[in-house]
Design a protein. Structure first.
Length: 169
């Protein structure tokens, strides 16, 4: 994948995240934080994990490693999650927009959350993060259905079709 491919992938990721957040906005506060026994418990906790992953990976790409992940209880309600994610997304999309052809191959050195040294090509990290987001959005879809809420589709093909329709309008 080249830098332009990653820009498209992260445009898709942003589009899918916004659709997911819009679906979650319809939940009551109790539904939003209800532990449903999923990987991260609740819709809120899963959203915070997604946002935290976006933040922590960008931090790594900038040479900063962290050992503490944002905690879900730091976000008491939906708006606090949405507001934080807007900040993280702006920074992440700005980073991806700034990539040049050589950046994708650059090796990123970082420490894992457990403090172990690691290194990966930036392109692999970018692919990982987008794939990670897709996985957890799928979990959120299941949680929404368990709560009796309407889930929203986030298929890549739908993104491409909407994008083409906007370009043709």
């Amino acid at each position: 994948m080249n830098a332009e491919d990653f820009r498209t992938l992260y445009d898709y990721n942003s589009w899918a995240n916004h659709r997911t957040l819009d679906a979650c906005a319809e939940l009551t506060p109790e539904q939003f934080t209800r532990d449903l026994g999923s990987s991260f418990g609740s819709v809120r906790d899963t959203l915070v994990h997604l946002c935290g992953a976006d933040w922590i990976w960008r931090e790594r790409w900038l040479g900063r490693s962290h050992s503490v992940f944002p905690r879900a209880n730091e976000f008491p309600d939906f708006e606090s999650v949405r507001n934080r994610w807007a900040e993280v997304e702006r920074a992440l999309l700005g980073f991806v927009a700034s990539l040049g052809p050589e950046d994708v191959q650059r090796v990123v050195q970082f420490k894992t959350m457990a403090g172990a040294p690691n290194e990966q090509p930036l392109g692999h990290c970018l692919q990982h993060l987008a794939n990670h987001s897709t996985y957890h959005r799928g979990q959120i879809t299941t949680l929404l259905r368990q709560l009796g809420a309407k889930a929203i589709g986030t298929d890549l093909m739908t993104f491409y079709r909407e994008r083409a329709a906007r370009a043709g309008a």
